[in-house]
Design a protein around this ligand. Structure first.
Ligand code: GLU
Length: 317
């Protein structure tokens, strides 16, 4: 700030000296070269996973069976309280409501409903905000009991965590300025720069499917500022997340068909199949009781402009 003021003052002094000999036009404000601020951790040349992905049925989780709430609670770090990894900055899915400062969104409603099946109404929940790439390590390092954070069930991730059955079916799309004329992935050229979140499934999808260059940021929400300031031409990530950004900035819109499948699962520590079975039973109840539909209608139906029903669970045993 002080450096900018010194540069401004020096430029103004130079202008006054010049004004003596070159007339009133030189009294125009000096043009100041202020660099465009960039988010920390931005990567203009991100690594892309090139190894062939694992193969499996990524949707198949563990049948509910007869795991009681008490048995499932014994799997938690502290059996009276559950730690849940979430996003606190993803509008519509997991964000801080500015009026109440409480967490709100579709993922928060699903997580709360599951926690209440496990611990009873008013369950003691410790919310742990995290970025996409912090999800797997936070389970590995025992920092959370489960993660409900727009997390796609992939075969690669099944080697690192246990997933519940699918609780939401998203797909990746593009968010662009309405004035850009871009209507979908096929319109992106090698000149375009697409932003996505480090540690998200979009990195691989964009590398495989788009002509354009890619930039990643640790928190995909920073893509929104980069798009608004014109540093990037589009954002690629799940339609749920993009819909939340479009609500925040009406000069932007979501375009094109979904170019990937992003089935969301609740992630738990590898080997904790008892908790996964209990969560799957709880999820069936949450769906049967209408809580899923209520959450969808409240958060996503309007912004996504489609009616949706909950996914049918698939079990491997
Ligand atoms: N659903 C995608 C994923 O799990 C993108 C969203 C995110 O990173 O949270 O990677």
């Amino acid at each position: 700030m002080i450096r900018h003021q010194i540069r401004l003052a020096a430029a103004a002094a130079a202008c006054l000296v010049l004004a003596a000999c070159s007339g009133p036009t030189s009294m125009e404000p000096p043009s100041v070269d202020v660099p465009t601020p960039l988010p920390s951790g931005i990567d203009f040349d991100p690594d892309v996973e090139t190894a062939a992905p694992e193969e499996c049925n990524a949707l198949a989780s563990y049948a509910p069976g007869a795991v009681t709430a008490e048995q499932a609670r014994a799997q938690l770090d502290d059996d009276g309280r559950i730690s849940i990894g979430i996003s606190q900055s993803t509008n519509l899915m997991g964000y801080r409501d500015p009026e109440t400062n409480a967490l709100a969104g579709f993922d928060i409603d699903i997580a709360t409903a599951i926690a209440e099946k496990l611990l009873g109404e008013g369950a003691d929940i410790r919310w742990v905000p995290m970025t996409s790439s912090e999800r797997v390590p936070s389970l590995d390092e025992d920092r959370v009991d489960m993660i409900v954070r727009t997390m796609t069930m992939t075969c690669d991730r099944w080697t690192e965590v246990e997933f519940s059955a699918e609780y939401y079916h998203a797909g990746q799309r593009l968010l662009v300025p309405k004035a850009s004329g871009i209507t979908g992935l096929a319109d992106l050229t090698a000149e375009d720069l697409v932003c996505t979140g480090h540690g998200s499934t979009s990195v691989r999808t964009i590398a495989e499917q788009a002509e354009s260059e890619m930039v990643t940021v640790p928190d995909y929400n920073d893509c929104l500022v980069l798009l608004q300031q014109g540093t990037v031409d589009a954002i690629a990530i799940d339609d749920t997340i993009l819909a939340g950004m479009a609500v925040q900035d009406p000069t932007l819109h979501v375009v094109g068909e979904a170019f990937s499948d992003e089935p969301y699962g609740i992630a738990m520590q590898l080997g904790n199949t008892d908790l996964a079975r209990f969560v799957n039973g709880a999820l069936e109840d949450v769906i049967a009781e209408g809580t899923w539909q209520q959450a969808y209608d409240e958060w996503l139906e309007g912004p996504l402009a489609v009616e949706a029903a909950p996914p049918s669970p698939q079990y491997r045993d």
